[in-house]
Design a protein around this ligand. Structure first.
Ligand SMILES: Cc1cc2nc3c(=O)[nH]c(=O)nc-3n(C[C@H](O)[C@H](O)[C@H](O)COP(=O)(O)OP(=O)(O)OC[C@H]3O[C@@H](n4cnc5c(N)ncnc54)[C@H](O)[C@@H]3O)c2cc1C
Length: 451
C-alpha cells in the first residue's frame, strides 16, 4: 500500500496481555475508532480509554483509501435528499461543521498529513453525464451551495483529457489528504492524551460481567463500563452489524511521480479531486509528490461477506483500471504504476453510516459510510460516543441515526441481489444512464449498491 509504504511508519503499539480495566473500550483502530478515542478523551479528560485493533492501527479502509476528505455525511447530496429531504439542511450543516473542525484540527496541531483544500470536480465523459451534473447543480443551487458548470473546453483547460465533455466544479467542503499519515497523527494525538492503543489485539468476544462489559482478545481482556465497536466492514464482534454492513472491495493504482513535462501535459494546476459520474465511477487525485492515485470502477462483493488480504490483489480489475487510466490520459503512455492495492468498504443499502446499541446502551456500534468515510467517520464516532454517554443531542435525533437502513438479505440472496444490481448498474452505464426495471424497483424502495 502506497500510503504506509514509507520508512518513517510508526512501530505497532504493543498487544494487550492480561486483565485490564477501562472506562471505555473502542474496538477497531481506523478513523472511527481513533476519532472516538480523541473525542472521548477531550469530553472527559479523566476517562480511561483503550483502543483494541486486530492488526495494526489503520489496517482497514482508513489507510487504504483515496484520501478524499469530503463534507458529505450522506454519500452525496442526491442520496441524502432521496432519504431525508426534510433533514437535509441540518445534515449539510453537521457535515460542513465536521469538515471544518477536521481542517482546523489539522492546522491547529500542525499535522503533516498533506491536507490540501482543493475542492472537487465531477467530470462528464459521456453526454448523459452532463445531464446528471446539471441535476447535481440544481440540487446544490437549491441549498445555496456554490458550483460551476464547465463545458468541454473549460474542463480540458482544468485537466487535459480527450475524454472530457464537461464538468461541475464543487469548490467547497472537499480536500485531499494522505490518509496513512492522518491515521498515524490521530493515533499519536490520542496517545498523548492518555488513550492506550493495542495493536495485534483482535476482539473475539464481548459479554456482560456484573455491571461491566468484558472485552476479550486471545491474550488479554478489558473490563469496561462502555464499548464502541468501530470495525466497519469487518463486522465480526457484533452480530447485528452483519445485517446492515457488507464489505465491498474497491481497487486502487498509484503511479510513479510525474515529471514536470508530464505534469504540464495534463495541466491540473488546481490539483482538485476528480471523479466521473458513471455508476461504475473512477476517482483520482494527485499526491504531494505528483503521483496520480487512480481508483474505483469495479466494486466487488464476495459470497458470505468474505474479507481477507487474499483479495487485495486482483489482476483483472487492476489491469482494467490501468487501461481506463491511459484512455483518460493517453499523453502519459509509458508511465508506470508503483503500487496497487484494494480495501474493504463497509456498505449499507442506503450508502450512509448506521448506528446501533446493545447491552442496554452500554455498547454502541457504527459503520457503513460506503465510499465516503474519511470525513464522516469523525461524525459517526461522535454520535456513537453520544449513544454510550447517554447524551441526547441534535445529532442523535437525526432520522439517519435513529432509523437503520434496510438490512441486506441472508445468503445466497445477498450475493445474488448484489450481483444482479452490479450488472444492472454496468448495463445502465452502457445504455446512456437508462436504469432498467431492477434498478427502478430498488430506487422505489430507496435502496441500492454503491462504493
Ligand atoms: C480503496 C478505498 C478507497 C476509499 N476512498 C475513500 C475516499 O477517498 N474518501 C472517503 O471519504 N472514503 C473512502 N473510502 C472509505 C473510507 O476509507 C472508510 O469509510 C473509512 O476509512 C472507515 O473508517 P473506519 O475506522 O470506520 O473503518 P476501518 O478503517 O476499516 O477500521 C476498522 C478497523 O477495525 C479493525 N478490526 C476489525 N475486526 C476487529 C476485531 N475483531 N477486533 C479489533 N479490531 C478489529 C480492522 O483491522 C480495522 O483496522 C475508501 C475505502 C477504500 C477501501
Amino acid at each position: 500500500m502506497f500510503w504506509t509504504d514509507t520508512p518513517d511508519a510508526p512501530k505497532p503499539a504493543p498487544p494487550i496481555r492480561g486483565r485490564h480495566t477501562a472506562d471505555l473500550v473502542i474496538v477497531g483502530g481506523g478513523f472511527t475508532g481513533l476519532w472516538a478515542s480523541i473525542v472521548a478523551a477531550e469530553r472527559d479528560p479523566g476517562r480511561t480509554v483503550a483502543v483494541l485493533e486486530a492488526e495494526v492501527t489503520g489496517f482497514g479502509a482508513s489507510s487504504r483509501n483515496g484520501g478524499f476528505l469530503e463534507a458529505s455525511l450522506t454519500h452525496g447530496l442526491g442520496n441524502g435528499l432521496s432519504h431525508w429531504p426534510s433533514e437535509m439542511e441540518t445534515l449539510l450543516r453537521f457535515g460542513d461543521q465536521n469538515f471544518r473542525e477536521i481542517v482546523e484540527f489539522v492546522a491547529d496541531n500542525k499535522l503533516e498529513v498533506g491536507l490540501e483544500e482543493t475542492g472537487m470536480i465531477h467530470v462528464a465523459t459521456q453526454d448523459w453525464h452532463n445531464d446528471e451534473i446539471i441535476g447535481f447543480k440544481e440540487a446544490m443551487d437549491s441549498f445555496g451551495l456554490p458550483s460551476q458548470l464547465l463545458g468541454a473546453t473549460e474542463m480540458r483547460a482544468e485537466v487535459n483529457s480527450p475524454t472530457y465533455v464537461g464538468g461541475l466544479r464543487d469548490p467547497e467542503g472537499s480536500a485531499i489528504i494522505d490518509p496513512g499519515r492522518m491515521v498515524w497523527a490521530l493515533r499519536s494525538y490520542a496517545e498523548a492524551r492518555g488513550v492506550v492503543v493495542h495493536d495485534h489485539s483482535p476482539v473475539v468476544g464481548i459479554s456482560r460481567v456484573g455491571t461491566q462489559l468484558d472485552v476479550q482478545t486471545p491474550n488479554g481482556s478489558v473490563a469496561s463500563d462502555k464499548v464502541i465497536v468501530a470495525t466497519n466492514a469487518f463486522t465480526r464482534p457484533v452480530k447485528k452489524m452483519r445485517r446492515y454492513i457488507v464489505p465491498v472491495y474497491d481497487y486502487v493504482l498509484m503511479t510513479e511521480p510525474l515529471s514536470d513535462v508530464q505534469m504540464e501535459s495534463i495541466g491540473w494546476d488546481g490539483r482538485q479531486g476528480l471523479a466521473d459520474v458513471s455508476n461504475q465511477f473512477h476517482y483520482y487525485r494527485l499526491t504531494q509528490d505528483n503521483r496520480i492515485l487512480w481508483g474505483g470502477y469495479d466494486a466487488i462483493y464476495r459470497y458470505g461477506s468474505a474479507i481477507g488480504t487474499q483479495y487485495d490483489q486482483a489482476g483483472n480489475t487492476h489491469h482494467k483500471l490501468a487501461g481506463h487510466f491511459f484512455d483518460t490520459f493517453p499523453q502519459l503512455e509509458g508511465l508506470k504504476f508503483s503500487h496497487r492495492w484494494a480495501g474493504p468498504i463497509g456498505t449499507t443499502s442506503r450508502f450512509t453510516a448506521a448506528w446501533g446499541t446493545s447491552f442496554d446502551g452500554d455498547l454502541a456500534w457504527v459503520g457503513g459510510y460506503t465510499g465516503l468515510g474519511v470525513c464522516a467517520s469523525r461524525f459517526g464516532a461522535t454520535v456513537a460516543l453520544d449513544l454510550v454517554d447517554g447524551v441526547e443531542s441534535a445529532r442523535t435525533e437525526l432520522g439517519m441515526v435513529r432509523k437503520r437502513p434496510l438490512p441486506w438479505p441472508p445468503e445466497p440472496l445477498r450475493f445474488a441481489g448484489i450481483e444482479l444490481t452490479r450488472r444492472s448498474l454496468a448495463k445502465a452505464d452502457a445504455k446512456g444512464g437508462k436504469r432498467g426495471p431492477w434498478l427502478g424497483l430498488l430506487d422505489r424502495f430507496g435502496i441500492g449498491f454503491d462504493s
